[in-house]
Design a protein around this ligand. Structure first.
Ligand SMILES: [Zn+2]
Length: 448
């Protein structure tokens, strides 16, 4: 008898709709998934982070073939699969037939075709070039199609028409001729990673102004910052977690001076250990923050997984930044890449500090599953005005497109699921979509 009751209960619960959340809204009208998806597809996008190689530069290089699509992400996974680093120049900096390049790549592709980075490449070649797989017989025709495409206005067409990107933020520098839609963010690594006399002299030479004291050094950073402001910089980018910890202590000037003195008194080829140069670097970082505050510049920070290999993941843990959030309530800090794998820490930080933004750029490519899971979490925990959905972090426009489709798929799915459960209404889901793909970044970077 006992067995029969639990069996009936099991059948009953199995037939009820899954309801993981509070049901606040009435059941949605039929077809809501399709309508949400369609709405997401029509949104204008603010793409917050790219490293795109422009067509002008491509024409001068040796990778206007299938290897273009491997730049950065795909290449990193070939390396992760065991390809020797020494083959980089052969692949990207020498004149080599596509078939010869494929001979180099193939064994490592066979070990890494499974990853998200590489599935993005496969999606792109199918969508844009009608080619189903990457292999010895397809790399030739694919390369020919890529070369032909770039003889047209392909680059702008993919971004503006296929992706519906309204503004794009490029890491590093502006793209002449594209200022209408390409903005840029600037790194000040020459100061934040300073650890040699050579580094100080290079800064002095660049600015045609000698650096004799720490005050001169600060002044050189101020000048560089103000120069970029005039050129149109819209955010500061902090990239240092590739090389050192994100922990920027508030150091006194005397400790920074001490490091400065040992650098200027050192030999030309003397390079201080990163940890020993930290007081000077930290001091300059806080000077950079005072400039960001003065000129109302958002500060975008690389957090989580670093591209490439052999990095120290803990250096990029966003928890190390906590003191900054408290110290500079007037600065908007944008934490990039969903801080993979520190999504939980990121959730707590963004909930606690109202000057912290979560930007999911690149996280779609790193791990769609991670991003899907954490988007659920962030929607439940963090005010939606501080969530930003998209940036491809890519070098080729084809990969931006594929990653954007991936982001749209996941965001539509997550929102639809929450509408199905009655957690959000259909209209609320659409509103969230527009805020995270467009409105929040437009407001933050003053793009309208
Ligand atoms: Zn990047």
């Amino acid at each position: 008898m006992k067995y029969r009751i639990s069996f009936i209960l099991l059948i009953l619960t199995a037939s009820l709709p899954v309801r993981a959340q509070l049901q606040i809204k009435p059941p949605p009208a039929q077809g809501f998934e399709r309508r949400i998806r369609k709405y997401i597809d029509t949104l204008s996008i603010i793409d917050t982070h790219e490293h795109l190689v422009g067509p002008e530069m491509l024409a001068d290089g040796f990778f206007l073939d299938f290897s273009l699509l491997l730049l950065q992400n795909g290449y990193d996974d070939l390396i992760s699969a065991g390809m020797p680093d020494t083959l980089y120049d052969k692949l990207f900096n020498e004149e080599l037939q596509p078939s010869a390049k494929w001979e180099i790549v193939e064994p490592w592709w066979q070990n890494s075709f499974n990853t998200s980075f590489n599935r993005i490449i496969l999606y792109g070649i199918r969508h844009f070039y009608g080619i189903d797989d990457l292999n010895a017989s397809t790399v030739g025709p694919l390369s020919e199609k890529i070369r032909k495409a770039y003889e047209t206005n392909w680059f702008d067409r993919i971004l503006l028409d296929s992706c519906r990107i309204k503004y794009l933020i490029k890491d590093g520098n502006h793209m002449p001729g594209r200022d209408v839609y390409v903005k840029y963010e600037k790194r000040f690594d020459d100061w934040l990673l300073l650890r040699s006399k050579f580094g100080i002299d290079s800064l002095a030479i660049q600015q045609l102004d000698p650096i004799y004291s720490i005050d001169d050094l600060e002044k050189s950073l101020t000048l560089a910052f103000e120069k970029e402001l005039k050129k149109g910089m819209i955010a500061v980018k902090v990239f240092t977690s590739y090389y050192r910890t994100l922990n920027f202590e508030k150091v006194d000037k005397e400790s920074a001076k001490k490091v400065f003195r040992s650098l200027v008194n050192g030999d030309m080829d003397f390079r201080m250990e990163m940890k020993d140069a930290k007081p000077l670097q930290d001091y300059l970082f806080h000077h950079l923050m005072s400039l960001a505050l003065k000129y109302d510049m958002p500060v975008a920070i690389h957090t989580g997984l670093q591209a490439g290999k052999g990095k120290i993941i803990d250096d990029s843990n966003p928890e190390h930044l906590t003191n900054l959030f408290a110290l500079y309530p007037g600065i908007d800090f944008v934490l990039y890449h969903g801080s993979f794998p520190y999504g939980g820490e990121l959730s707590a930080l963004a909930k606690n500090y109202r000057n912290v933004y979560i930007d999911m750029n690149w996280a779609w490519a790193v791990s769609p599953t991670y991003t899907r899971h954490h988007l659920n979490l962030w929607l439940e925990m963090v005010p939606v005005n501080r969530l930003i959905a998209f940036g491809g972090d890519a070098m080729a426009v084809e990969n931006v497109y594929s990653e954007l489709i991936l982001a749209r798929n996941i965001i539509s799915d997550v929102l639809s699921e929450k509408v199905r459960e009655g957690y959000y209404s259909e209209d609320e889901a659409k509103k969230i979509g527009k805020m995270i793909f467009h409105d929040n970044a437009a407001r933050l970077y003053k793009l309208e």
